[in-house]
Design a protein around this ligand. Structure first.
Ligand code: PHE
Length: 455
């Protein structure tokens, strides 16, 4: 079943892989989610734990996922099936593939709703709604949007259509190119916002909020959230990176590639945080812990009050949409690849079916911002529940199984062969981390985090 090239094609070079993986990794997680969960968890200590998770758990597991994908050359489900059969292992290990694919679709369902907000804000910015706006006004504009289900559904639908259109066409040409051209611009705009925050906001307070270690603000729930977010932001634990690894050229050093992707992803998250918090602290009406609306309230205040801000603002939301778009395609691709390989689906039918599924489930998230906002599941509204279940439960668990599979179950020689381009030093360091550090860290954080969340 496995061959040097899978049926879905391959990236033209290691660079295209880096671009695609970075496109998958950099998304709403960096610009929208990281700042607001850092805000909800009191800042500094959370950020430190998050960085540790990226380094000790995220990047090593990313290396494992790329390796597995390149070894199996199929969708995550069939890659795992191939690897377990080849090694004569129990079929239960296939759960890694299944859990991941299901988590991807669940994430896509709410991801499209949030990306829809960004789409909506493009026109809002351009038409001058935020001209000279105060923080209260920006907040009330945002709340009006949340109350309006039809508008939310409209933009959610547009975003999902954009996503399936690209995935129908295959990934390399469309998004690969867009990501290469546009990501640098997103970064430049974020730096511009950073400069605005530095000049007009309370930069010192924003900075110390993000980087001073206030351990009292940290809880086990927060640590679990940091771990889950490390998986989320690097697109791990759900097959995206495994699927992308399956399209990777034979001889490309995985270690360096992973470090490049992890570095870019972290840099963008930190710059987004440093752009957002100075503005938050300069406006007493915006709370750092105000949740998912943080970016949609604080940034319009900045844009609305800087020269040329309306233009920059709408360009900014275009770029956020693009970043979300290049992530969303990797959320759906593993499931599409599976339906095409194993269920004889045409790529178009597979995309439309899965897109529809994500749309229907996404309606739950749309409603959780208005009519269902009081309907709680285990203390979470529907959107929060989907987010918790995927980021804090499914991704870390899949990641744990991957670390155990690669570190303890696969034959060490096969692993070494797959990573034959790495130096001995890199390989052994990675192996020790994947065998001991990552699984233990995930296990402890997961058990404590879940226990505290529900006790
Ligand atoms: N990494 C993306 C982000 O930070 C989200 C994502 C998660 C994409 C999982 C693919 C897989 O926005």
């Amino acid at each position: 079943m496995n061959s040097k090239r899978g049926i879905h094609g391959a990236w033209s070079s290691r660079w295209t892989f880096i671009l695609a993986a970075t496109g998958s990794a950099v998304g709403l997680g960096n610009i929208w989610k990281f700042p607001y969960i850092a805000g909800e968890n009191g800042g500094g200590a959370f950020v430190l734990v998050y960085l540790l998770c990226i380094l000790m758990v995220g990047m090593p597991i990313m290396m494992a996922e790329v390796m597995l994908g390149r070894c199996g050359r199929h969708s995550p489900i069939n890659t795992m099936r191939y690897l377990t059969e080849k090694a004569g292992l129990h079929g239960a290990w296939n759960a890694i593939g299944w859990l991941g694919v299901v988590a991807g679709l669940m994430i896509l369902s709410y991801y499209a709703v949030i990306a829809g907000w960004a789409l909506h804000y493009i026109g809002h910015m351009a038409s001058g709604t935020f001209q000279g706006v105060s923080a209260e006004k920006a907040d009330s504009i945002f709340n009006t949007l949340l109350a309006d289900r039809n508008t939310l559904i409209f933009w959610q639908t547009i975003f999902l259509l954009l996503t399936v259109t690209v995935v129908i066409g295959g990934v390399t040409k469309g998004l690969g190119v867009a990501v290469r051209v546009l990501m640098p611009q997103l970064f430049v705009l974020l730096v511009l916002l950073l400069v605005f925050g530095y000049q007009q906001g309370d930069f010192a307070r924003g900075f110390s909020f993000l980087f001073s270690f206030n351990y009292k603000a940290l809880t086990w729930e927060g640590v679990l959230e940091a771990l889950g977010h490390a998986f989320f932001t690097l697109s791990l634990g759900m097959g995206a990176i495994m699927a992308y690894g399956a399209y990777m050229p034979e001889h490309a050093r995985i270690g360096r590639t992973v470090v490049a992707v992890g570095f870019l992803d972290t840099l963008i998250a930190l710059v987004a945080g440093l752009a957002i918090f100075p503005i938050v602290f300069a406006n007493p009406t915006i709370e750092p812990g105000s949740g998912p609306g943080l970016m949609f309230v604080s940034l319009p205040v900045a844009f609305g009050n800087m020269p040329g801000g309306l233009l920059f603002g709408s360009v900014f939301f275009v770029l956020v949409t693009l970043a979300a778009w290049s992530s969303a395609i990797s959320l759906i691709e593993p499931a599409v690849a599976y339906l095409v390989e194993s269920r004889n689906f045409h790529r178009i039918t597979a995309n439309l079916l899965l897109g529809l599924l994500a749309w229907v489930v996404g309606l739950g998230s749309v409603l959780s911002f208005n009519v269902w906002s009081e309907s709680l599941i285990a203390g979470f509204n529907f959107f929060e529940f989907m987010d918790f279940l995927t980021s804090s439960v499914m991704l870390p668990l899949t990641g744990l199984f991957i670390a155990i599979f690669v570190g303890w179950i696969m034959r060490p020689q096969s692993v070494r062969d797959e990573l034959s381009d790495e130096s001995d030093r890199v390989f052994w360091l990675w192996r020790i981390i994947v065998r001991y550090v990552s699984p233990l860290a995930v296990l402890v954080v997961f058990v404590m985090g879940i226990y505290k969340t529900f006790s």
